[in-house]
Design a protein around this ligand. Structure first.
Ligand code: SF4
Length: 282
């Protein structure tokens, strides 16, 4: 990404000239993960995408104007061919390559292999210290080291699930993110799953109040799925349909509106054809 800012709210683009691709696509490469977070919404059946399919989708999306592709899971660093895939997408497209990781497989060797092939990395850190260790079952010192390694190869974002355990630690998370040199903090209010009820109404209100009253010294992003009423936000491109901004592919090759969506469109040969089908069904 060049870093050039473009003011779009003065440009009225006819719908026929809009890109066929979303601005950003996230892809769950695999459902596999060795952690057992209680609020995890990744499907619990084994599935992984073929590397050649993902690489061909990247070329197709790049040609249609997509700006970035983000790999997740499960845990994407468990995906066989992960380094090769990042390298292929970085070399064959002009898109930004990003991934989201729990960080506990990050090593100096892996970061060196990825250097030059990724443009942004998201590290999942839910709460700090003992809270993190209780929720994730892993050492907080280890994720702190992972943040340092990842920051050495690309700009870093911190992803944090907000729930009853972490809502009181948002200021501490900001301090952690600042110390780690992060340029973005992404807050993810807990979503309901078979195992959890999701963020409570009172904690959602508390989150909205924190956002309104806290000066965060980095970019603050929030997933507002289901929380539009209590959590403030801005439209990045006024009037943009959500499917023009973002879509998600699960590890079974189904295109969905987002990673929480219950239904979607299986991708056959062309991902742009699947995008069209999903948009027409919306
Ligand atoms: S690290 Fe992520 S994918 Fe793995 S169990 Fe936790 S929430 Fe799920």
């Amino acid at each position: 990404m060049s870093g050039v800012n473009v003011l779009l709210d003065e440009v009225d683009v006819p719908s026929g000239q809009l890109s066929r691709a979303p601005r950003y696509l996230s892809i769950a490469l695999t459902n596999a993960c060795e952690l057992r977070c209680g609020y995890c919404y990744a499907p619990k059946y084994a599935a992984a995408l073929e590397l050649s399919r993902v690489a061909s989708w990247a070329v197709e999306l790049d040609g249609a104007g997509c700006l970035g592709m983000g790999f997740g899971g499960g845990e994407p660093t468990l995906y066989r061919g992960f380094v090769e895939l990042c390298g292929r997408v970085a070399e064959s497209t002009s898109m930004a390559v990003t991934f989201t990781t729990h960080g506990h497989r990050v090593s100096p060797g892996l970061t060196e292999e990825l250097r030059g092939s990724v443009h942004f990395v998201r590290l999942s850190v839910d709460g700090v210290g003992a809270t993190y260790e209780r929720l994730r079952g892993r050492s907080f010192a280890a994720v702190t080291s992972a943040a340092s390694l990842l920051r050495s190869i690309s700009p870093l974002g911190i992803n944090a699930v907000v729930n009853k355990d972490t809502i009181g630690e948002l200021d501490d998370l900001v301090a952690f993110a600042a110390d780690a040199g992060a340029s973005e903090l992404l807050l993810l209010p807990e979503q309901p799953t078979a195992a959890t009820s999701g963020i409570s109404n009172s904690d959602a209100e508390r989150l909205g109040q924190w956002i309104r009253t806290t000066n965060v010294p980095m970019q603050l992003a929030i997933s507002r799925t289901g929380l539009d009423a209590s959590v403030p936000g801005v439209e990045i491109i006024p009037g943009e349909h959500p499917s023009d901004a973002y879509l998600h592919v699960d590890a079974g090759g189904v295109l969905r509106a987002n990673s929480y969506a219950q239904t979607g469109t299986p991708i056959a040969d062309s991902i742009l054809d699947a995008v069209q089908v999903l948009r027409e069904a919306a």
